[in-house]
Design a protein around this ligand. Structure first.
Ligand code: TYD
Ligand code: MG
Length: 450
């Protein structure tokens, strides 16, 4: 027999609990939980089976978000931590997942209890790290539970009644019911499902850390992506001067967009937010810039960033030329190189091409193409791109420069950052304050006088 579902809603903050409690775990008020008709819950009728509810009677969960204390994370999540949501936080070991979870515990804008579950570290280690993060006197609402055993975790959840659960990591969760060997995909799926169900039922939110290995074999965490509402990946910039810069991207987000990125640096006191990332990916240079370098104005979510694109061509070592490009998709680099070869007779087919983005930022935005073409052209010919020039534009295979989204924002950011010249596609909105070109050929003439 299925038990009937009754909900108790706090009259002060709206928090919901499946059982009556004297004190609301969210806002800390006493005697505010009242039984509600729970229009939104599929409450089973006294007689008869499941029933539906009118859509109009359902309490929208809008606004049921809690700030994480980290504005970059809130933006990636779509405006804060959504109640009743489960977030998978993937990343390589050492990237900063545990640090981020602890910082969320420290900064989350809730007076409810927060439970940090870890099967990875001891309580002492967590306390030490908290001290390092500036929490020498941690507030009383943060609880720590050092186990990966699901049965124990469930018991603790029932007694603590947290509104925020931080589990580190899925790989350490295990349960006898899910088979003999811990650490298997089955264990991970079973235990994650249990935790996710618990938070959904108790109006709480869950972050699940997951280790992802370098070669991208994410067979483990990948298998639970469909169970969670949001999948975040934490990645580090490649080699180069910005080794401590970390990017947080959403690859799935039921409650927000997936193109926002969060930018952090890892420092002495944990993860810090980069206040003005627009200049982060530029190398400061005085005077003339060397050949092979172009500055692109690209979009990353709601932000416009200026990034330095670097290209290098060397005579091919093999009988076929190759493209080495990590930060920009190598098929994009090959396509741009082919367009240069065809429409400008720039010989590249006997060259190996290397492409890089300063700071190791991965750029997937199409507006980078014209700047990439300029960098490659400059590298091959040895003629530098004029100083203080920012570039944006998409290229067609026919050698046209196509309009890009939010051109005005790119022009404005470039000007704000001291780029006196902007080369981009023709656009009515952009006016005459730019070198407006409609073909690759005209772009090259404009930049290099050829
Ligand atoms: P950690 O959060 O343990 O990574 P993960 O859980 O993803 O494996 O972070 C690990 C790295 O971050 C570790 O090399 C130490 C470094 N770190 C700092 O540089 N500063 C700090 O304040 C903290 C807490 C960690
Ligand atoms: Mg960790």
């Amino acid at each position: 027999m299925k038990k009937e579902r009754t909900l108790y809603r706090c009259t002060s903050c709206g928090h919901e609990e499946p059982k009556w409690l004297g004190k609301c775990p969210e806002c800390g008020e006493w005697n505010t939980l009242a039984e509600t008709a729970a229009a939104g819950s599929p409450r089973e009728g006294r007689r008869g089976g499941p029933r539906s509810v009118p859509l109009a009677s359902i309490d929208p969960q809008e606004g049921k978000r809690v700030g994480s204390g980290l504005t970059e994370l809130d933006r990636v999540l779509g405006g804060g931590i959504m109640k009743r949501s489960a977030v998978l936080l993937g990343g390589e070991p050492g990237i900063g997942k545990s640090t981020l979870l602890l910082q969320i515990a420290a900064g989350a804008e809730t007076r409810g209890r927060i439970l940090y579950i870890t099967g990875e570290e001891s309580a002492g280690q967590i306390r030490m790290r908290a001290g390092r993060l500036g929490l020498r006197e941690p507030p009383g609402h943060i609880e720590v539970c050092c186990t990966g055993r699901l049965d124990d975790i469930t018991t603790v959840l029932e007694s603590v009644k947290p509104v925020l659960v931080l589990a580190d990591s899925v790989q350490t969760l295990h349960c006898d019911e899910a088979g003999p060997a811990p650490g298997t995909v089955n264990q991970m799926k079973f235990c994650s499902y249990e935790l996710i169900s618990w938070v959904k039922e108790h109006d709480a939110a869950l972050f699940l850390a997951a280790h992802v290995t370098k070669d991208g074999i994410i067979s483990g965490p990948k298998t639970i992506e469909h169970m969670v509402d949001t999948v975040l990946y934490f990645e580090q910039s490649g080699e180069g001067g910005m080794g401590d810069c970390r990017f947080l991207r959403a690859t799935k987000n039921r409650f927000g967009s997936v193109d926002e990125i969060g930018i952090f640096t890892m420092g002495e006191k944990g993860l810090a937010i980069v206040a003005d990332p627009s200049l982060l990916f530029l190398t400061r240079r005085e005077g003339e810039i060397p050949p092979g370098i172009a500055t692109a104005a690209v979009l990353e979510g709601s932000r416009t960033l200026l990034v330095e694109i670097q290209a290098l061509t060397v005579p091919a070592k093999g009988s076929i030329s190759r493209v080495f490009s990590g930060s920009i998709d190598s098929s994009r680099a090959s396509r741009v190189a082919a367009a240069l070869e065809k429409h400008l007779s720039l010989r590249l087919s006997d060259q190996d091409l290397y492409v890089n983005v300063a700071g190791g930022m991965r750029i997937t935005e199409v507006g980078v193409e014209l700047a990439l073409a300029a960098a490659i052209y400059s590298a091959r010919t040895g003629i530098p791109v004029p100083a203080k020039t920012a570039i944006a534009g998409e290229l067609s295979l026919a050698g046209e420069v196509l309009p890009v989204r939010r051109l005005e924002s790119r022009i404005k950011t470039s000007a704000d950052l001291g780029f006196g010249r902007f080369l981009g596609p023709k656009s009515a909105a952009a006016g005459n304050s730019q070198d407006a070109v409609d073909s690759l050929k005209k772009a090259v003439t404009s930049l290099f006088g050829k």
